[in-house]
Design a binder for this molecule. Structure first.
Ligand code: ZN
Length: 311
């Protein structure tokens, strides 16, 4: 028998992780429209945008306008990704509810992605965390390449635990473990989660998977079986151009919520509204999306229909 958390906490990352590299020009109004539509679905948290340098990621140059123009719904946390202090200042000024401060489990990825050492990133995080707290906000840590790195290949658990320790020392209360390149497997997930749990029982763990090799939901379930109820997912399964060879889309929010619903984990998310959002995304990116549920519909509908139509 599986012992599972009774409820899930869903962070919808489609507007940021998903659209960041959609390959299609997405207007500011479209982004705002998507966040507003997602706000009505019941997801607990939305990663609205990213306050990276506009020269590095031109598609996120409208971060301020998006953050200021969305229609906020009571109870939804509107989060912003920030890579450094300057980004954190911009995000706070624009009204973000919460900051997701990214750093990496490896030096190489941190250098390439953030142009600084892991030590500098941790130091930055400590400052951002202090700044956020002084304005009543939370700053969590989003840790990249936890299960493997495109430059350093395999990443040891000892290395991940060491970087987590540094962020916890810097004040982190929530750490998101991200499988940035989609190389995790359920056994690796359970092994790492068990060790993090054992060392920091009060630390909130979140999971961020990419479905690059079709293991996204299996990895998510592996985490849930160890009591992790917090995860990131992207509406429609978009992210990092899923149409290119070596596709690296995020796990799909509606597919994940559907699975959880079937196994008795409440997420509070209205699946029909979420599927409508997936169709909105499909129209925005002008390409087929990886979502299974948008194509096939819920299992429950099929089962109920066949029951009713069978003589
Ligand atoms: Zn991602």
């Amino acid at each position: 028998m599986m012992t599972l958390p009774s409820a899930a906490f869903v962070t919808e990352v489609g507007p940021r992780d998903g659209l960041q590299s959609a390959g299609t020009e997405i207007s500011t109004q479209q982004k705002i429209g998507l966040v507003d539509a997602l706000s009505a679905t019941g997801v607990q948290r939305i990663e609205v945008t990213s306050f990276v340098h506009p020269k590095l990621v031109p598609s996120m140059a409208d971060a301020e306008e998006v953050m200021r123009s969305i229609h906020r719904r009571e109870g939804v946390i509107y989060q912003a990704l920030v890579p450094n202090l300057r980004g954190a200042e911009r995000a706070i000024a624009a009204g973000a509810d919460e900051l997701n401060v990214v750093l990496s489990a490896t030096e190489s990825f941190n250098q390439r992605n953030l142009n600084m050492s892991v030590a500098q990133s941790v130091e930055n995080y400590a400052q951002i965390n202090a700044m956020a707290r002084s304005t009543g906000l939370r700053a969590e840590v989003g840790m990249s390449v936890v299960f493997g790195c495109p430059y350093e290949r395999a990443v040891s658990e000892a290395q991940v635990l060491e970087v987590i320790e540094r962020t916890v020392d810097a004040g982190a209360e929530e750490v998101l473990l991200a499988d940035t390149i989609g190389v995790a497997n359920p056994r690796a997930v359970q092994s790492l989660v068990a060790q993090v749990r054992a060392r920091w029982p009060t630390l909130t763990i979140g999971l961020h998977f990419h479905d690059t090799r079709g293991l996204g939901l299996a990895n998510l379930l592996a985490g849930f079986q160890l009591g992790v109820s917090r995860f990131d997912a992207s509406v429609g399964g978009i992210g990092a151009c899923p149409f290119a060879p070596g596709a690296t889309g995020n796990i799909c929010t509606e597919d994940a919520v559907h699975m959880l619903e079937l196994i008795g984990v409440q997420s509070g998310v209205d699946l029909e509204l979420l599927i409508e959002c997936a169709r909105l995304v499909e129209a925005m990116v002008q390409q087929p999306i990886p979502s299974r549920l948008a194509r096939a519909g819920r299992a429950q509908r099929v089962l109920q229909r066949s029951e009713a139509s069978t003589p």
